[in-house]
Ligand binder design. Structure first.
Ligand code: ADP
Ligand code: MG
Length: 714
């Protein structure tokens, strides 16, 4: 039991009742919890600023001076009290929108006050809204920088403010015990990366001595957080790669060569070739491949999957391709089956709706090895599906699958098959390093040639006639159209368009065409039947929610119309847009919004009209929404796991933290709890003392015992 493990109720200013509140509202139970409850911003009470020193991006500052005059301006809701404030050199405005009449007489001219608030710049002048005002007291010097803490409403209503927390931290820092708390990073790393020691970092994070030290303190704590996360992930990754022997696909054989030389329907892109070489490289090493293949919609992942599967067949292993929905599985089957037939490979399809007789036949074929390739849904995971010798599992659109389901595919062979996970949701590198820390990543960053770019336009409700004309034109030319809505049914509380009313409307406007409809509240059977109508071309217009976003391929569709586009994340819009532009024709993506969208929304949607690069879009999306909301990462618990670091902005720190973790693991393979000695030397080594090893082990245990099980994420 160290000082940090003390129950918070023993801290001066707390006691049992408040301890209960701190626990239930802020999850602060120990001294350590309080110290690691970081301020989300800081205010400068270190000195008095002059009005001429104010800058636009300043945080809260205090200014000493006098009120010259007060005036009430505006009417009704715009009614406000404007005070003219002078620091002896210059004037600025202070503005209040409430309590106008009482405040008017509260402050007297000729008396020295200190106003405190965030300066805003408007029409070439600085002003301050709702400043905190106190009488200047020459006996009370400026106190310094202070942290501002997030607290819950209930915490506030119970009579405690963020200031109360600040006071508690101050009490804690004043205790002699604080000076005994141990460093949480190996001192070798603190030195090598020029980090602030822990105690100094914590002091400055709560009560910064100045802005430079605050910056250093934040960096140190972010580094610590990311370092342990990486150490944990990489420790597991190495354990995997060493403990689990992989199947060796020693040679490229007849199937691959015949297909490559005689049957390829098109020239592979450079990126497809590169990725195939990377996969080939993995499969002959003798360690199990765990590779993530990222490739934008339409980049040709299916061909890469098929040719990787051929590497398995060439070595007398079976291969499986798993997709999240029946439709996608069927589409994959329809692509792969003819390719396989040309070179004499038996490809079968297994889904939930495969008939019993055929199912039995397929099961038997998988067991005796006569079915060489299988395409399917979750049905493949079921225990009664046994393989003779499964060598490779390809998983498409991986984020629809749970981690546990993926793991079950491993168990289909005594030596686990190689795993290739494919996703069309590009995620920024920093996120990939964290969410898929133990997967190797391949990227197809090139589209097949000859694609006509998709024209993306932003239109408002008042442009509806024009938009309908465009739809009519495309339909008349024999094309198909998607119309996507944010809701299934209208909700009186939300001013959003819905599939249900949209369907009626579209049927009314285009009575001559068959319209079908898909949304998440339909049973899978109904959904599939509706979808099938669109795929076959029988229905020309598909009205849907985002359930269609992943993978569906209808080359004849040339328009993607998205209603209330402002409601969708950029990555999601990008996915939807990827449904068109799959045939040779010119395609359109129309983002519809109401007329009065804010500048931010306009800018965000502007990114969609400017670029079709999925990686640029996902970077922007993460910057704007934060990593916790990104497609494909929700299941990782990432949003909860990070306390201070931000993957959208701390890429540089993450790189250093990962490098440090690799160096330590290289120097101390014993940390991976494995005897094997295959070590990645590319980052070099950083040997640390036995004391530091103990620190590492202690922190890993402390940090990852109860939280997200990162080892399950891949
Ligand atoms: P995704 O990566 O989105 O799964 P697909 O594999 O479905 O993309 O490929 C999209 C389309 O591009 C398919 O019609 C496919 O046949 C075609 N395609 C794939 N690779 C090439 C290539 N190298 N040259 C031309 N067309 C290609
Ligand atoms: Mg695909």
């Amino acid at each position: 039991m160290g000082f940090l493990d003390n129950d918070i109720k023993f801290l001066k200013g707390v006691g049992s009742a408040r301890a209960a509140l701190l626990d239930s509202e802020l999850e602060i139970r120990t001294f350590r919890d309080l110290l690691y409850y970081f301020p989300f911003r800081h205010i400068d009470r270190s000195r008095f600023y002059k009005i001429r020193e104010l800058r636009e991006d300043m945080p809260y500052v205090q200014i000493k001076g006098r009120f010259i005059s007060f005036a009430i301006e505006g009417e009704g809701a715009r009614k406000r009290l404007v005070g003219l404030f002078s620091d002896g050199e210059k004037l600025m405005q202070t503005v209040w929108f409430s309590k106008v009449n009482t405040l008017k007489d509260a402050y007297r001219p000729g008396v020295d006050y200190v106003i405190f608030g965030k300066p805003t710049f408007f029409r070439n002048d600085f002003s301050m809204s709702h400043p905190e005002v106190s009488k200047f007291d020459s006996n009370k010097p400026p106190t310094g920088w202070q942290g501002v803490y997030n607290v819950t409403d209930k915490f506030r209503r119970s009579g405690y403010s963020p200031k109360y927390l600040s006071g508690l931290v101050s009490n804690l820092l004043a205790q002699p015990g604080f000076n005994t708390i141990p460093e949480t990073l190996p001192t070798e790393i603190v030195d090598a990366y020029h980090l602030l020691p822990l105690q100094e970092a914590l002091r400055n994070l709560h009560f910064p001595a100045d802005t430079a030290l605050l910056q250093k303190a934040r960096e140190r704590m972010k580094f610590e957080e990311l370092f342990y996360l990486q150490l944990h992930i990489l420790r597991f990754a190495r354990t995997v790669s060493r403990k689990i022997k992989g199947l060796i696909f020693g040679h490229i054989g007849d199937y691959f060569n015949k297909f490559y030389h005689e049957c390829l329907p098109f020239e592979l892109t450079g990126a497809q070739k590169r990725v195939l070489r990377e996969i080939r490289g993995d499969m002959r090493t003798g360690r199990q491949m765990n590779r993530l293949l990222q490739g934008d919609v339409g980049s040709g992942k299916t061909m890469v999957a098929f040719m990787s599967m051929l590497m398995a067949t060439d070595n007398n292993f079976q291969a499986a391709l798993m997709a999240p929905t029946e439709i996608l599985a069927t589409q994959h089957f329809e692509t792969l089956q003819p390719w396989g037939a040309k070179i004499g490979i038996n490809v079968r399809l297994l889904t939930g709706s495969t008939r019993a007789k055929e199912r039995r036949e397929i099961h038997a074929g998988l067991t005796d090895g006569s079915v060489q390739m299988i395409v399917g849904t979750h049905a493949l995971i079921e225990d009664n599906v046994q393989f003779k010798n499964l060598g490779l599992t390809v998983i498409d659109e991986q984020h629809r699958f749970g981690v546990a389901q993926r793991a079950r595919m491993w168990a289909k062979n005594t030596t686990p098959p190689h795993v290739l996970v494919m996703t069309a949701t590009p995620i920024p590198r920093t996120l990939a390093m964290t969410v898929y820390g133990d997967l190797d990543v391949s990227v197809i960053d090139e589209l097949p040639p000859g694609r006509k770019p998709i024209t993306t336009i932003l239109r408002y409700d008042e442009n509806r006639m024009e938009v309908n004309r465009l739809l009519g034109q495309e339909l008349a030319a024999g094309r198909q159209v998607y119309v996507v809505y944010p809701l299934i049914s209208e909700n009186p509380k939300l001013e959003l368009k819905s599939v249900e009313t949209g369907y009626e409307r579209i049927c009314g406007i285009f009575p001559q065409y068959k319209v079908c409809c898909v949304h998440g509240r339909m049973s899978p059977d109904v959904k599939d039947a509706q979808m099938q109508k669109f795929i076959s071309g029988e229905a020309r217009i598909l009205v849907a929610t985002t359930v269609i976003e992943v993978g569906v391929n209808v080359p004849n569709a040339s328009v993607m119309l998205i209603e209330n586009a402002e409601r969708f994340g950029l990555s999601q819009l990008h996915q939807l847009r990827g449904r068109v532009g799959r045939g040779a024709d010119k395609s359109y993506c129309i983002l519809m919004t109401k007329q009065n969208i804010g500048a931010d929304t306009r800018k965000r949607l502007g990114i969609m009209t400017e670029t079709t690069d999925g990686f640029l879009i996902s970077e922007a999306d993460m910057r704007l929404r934060g990593p916790g909301d990104m497609e494909g990462t929700q299941q990782s618990g990432l949003a909860f796991a990070l306390n201070i670091a931000n993957l959208a902005t701390d890429g540089q720190i993450l790189n250093y933290a990962r490098q440090a973790a690799l160096k330590v693991l290289n120097a101390h393979p014993e940390l991976t709890e494995s005897q094997a000695n295959e070590i990645d030397l590319s980052e070099g080594k950083l040997p640390v003392s036995q004391t530091s090893i103990n620190t590492l082990k202690h922190e890993l245990r402390y940090r990852f015992m109860k939280k997200v099980d990162w080892s399950q994420i891949s």
